[in-house]
Every structure is written in C-alpha cells, then in structure tokens.
Design a protein around this ligand. Structure first.
Ligand code: ITT
Length: 203
C-alpha cells in the first residue's frame, strides 16, 4: 500500500476504544504511518456491530471509517473465547454483562459463570481480526490468537477488558494486565494479527 506523496500514510483507527489505538500504533510504529483515532477526527459514530464473526465486525468498522473520512482505515474486532462456555463470550465480549456493561461488569460475569469450573478446564484464547482498507479501497485481512487460562481473581492494572483475569501461556505467573504494552503486543492476539498484517503487506 503506497501513499501518493512522501508523507507517511495516514490511517484512521476505527475504534471507540483508546487502548486499541495505543496498542496498534505501538505495534506498527516501525511503519512510519501516522495513526489517528476516530475521536481525534471527530464526527464519527461507531456503526452497529451486526456481524456474527470477528471478521464481519472488523470489516463493518473499517468500511464505515473509510467511507466517512476517505483515508486508509484499520479496525480490530476481538474477543475472548472460553472453552468451558462453548466459546462465549466471543464476538459478544464487550457486551457480555449487558449492553452498557463496563469491563468490571464483564469480568464479574465471567468469574460467576466459571465459578464451578476446575483450574484445568479454564482454558481460553483471545482472538483478533484486523481489517485494513487502503486509501484506494483495497482490503487486507489478518488474524491472531493468544492462548491462556482464566484466573479466579483479577490481577494487574495495565491494558483493558479481560486482561486482569487472563493468564497467557507465554507469560507464566502473570496476567495480561501485568504486562507492559510492548510485552503484551509481543504475545497478544492483536500483536499477532498486526504482525500477520505486516507479512501480508511487505511479504
Ligand atoms: P471497538 O468496537 O470500538 O473497536 P470494543 O472494545 O467494543 O471497541 P470489540 O467490539 O472488538 O471492541 O470488543 C472487544 C472486547 O473483547 C473488548 O471490549 C474486551 O472486553 C475484549 N478484548 C478484546 N481484546 C482484548 C484485550 O487485548 N484485552 C482484554 N480484553 C480484550
């Protein structure tokens, strides 16, 4: 994907979640692209996420921002897939505790649902699908996952969402909320999706 001038490519990150903007900008800082959020550009309402897959919803968000702003856009749709809950909360992760649920509400519900589940059966993974739409409308899709287990209490203050309850297999003894942003990007679903995106773009 190239820009029409020597200026860095300007990419709007189509999300209402500022943590995602920070993680995406940090993971892709090597590109030299300029990342702006929909909040910075203003005048954008998140579209309704009517899809049934992460890819559908990422595409809905990326297309909406591309149409609204006419520049390259990038969206992430992601969630937590818990084996003992048959894959829930999955694409409904942000709304698990109800339409207006906070991260604390979602985490409390997850702990309730898993109260009777043994340590060995608390396996889960985060999934992320990234859709990048170039200025000219060209679409690139990439995905990533991060395996781990769900703890019995929250630990750590970094990150967002279910991070305090999620213990990645790759960082024994620490939850995702106990990692720096660079440590999280090195092992996370979103970091993996962004590296897969890089491979697709530069080969
Ligand atoms: P946008 O749709 O505006 O991007 P969102 O936070 O609602 O923001 P999603 O619809 O993709 O994003 O929902 C993802 C939810 O999955 C998110 O709210 C968290 O509850 C959870 N999640 C995704 N990635 C996560 C991560 O890296 N750490 C912790 N929780 C995560």
């Amino acid at each position: 994907m190239s820009s029409s001038s020597n200026a860095p490519l300007r990419v709007v990150v189509a999300t209402g979640n500022p943590h995602k903007v920070d993680e995406i900008a940090a993971a892709l800082r090597f590109t030299g692209w300029e990342f702006v959020s929909t909040a910075e550009l203003g005048g954008w309402d998140s579209p309704e996420e009517t899809g049934t897959t992460f890819e559908d919803n990422a595409r809905i968000k990326a297309q909406a921002a591309h149409e609204r702003f006419g520049i390259a856009s990038l969206a992430d749709d992601s969630g937590l897939v818990v084996d003992a809950l048959d894959g829930a909360p999955g694409v409904y992760s942000s709304r698990y505790g109800g339409e207006e649920a906070t991260d604390a509400d979602n985490n409390a519900k997850l702990l309730r649902e898993l109260a009777d589940v043994s340590d060995e059966d608390r396996t889960a993974r985060f999934r992320s699908v990234i859709v990048l739409i170039g200025e000219d409308g060209t679409e690139t899709v990439a995905s990533g996952a991060c395996e781990g287990v769900i703890g019995r209490e929250g630990r750590g203050n970094a990150g967002f969402g279910y991070d305090p309850l999620f213990r990645p297999t790759g960082t024994p003894g620490r939850t995702m909320a106990q990692l720096s942003m660079d440590e999280k990007n090195a092992i996370s679903h979103r970091g993996a999706a962004l590296m897969a995106l890089r491979e697709k773009l530069v080969g």
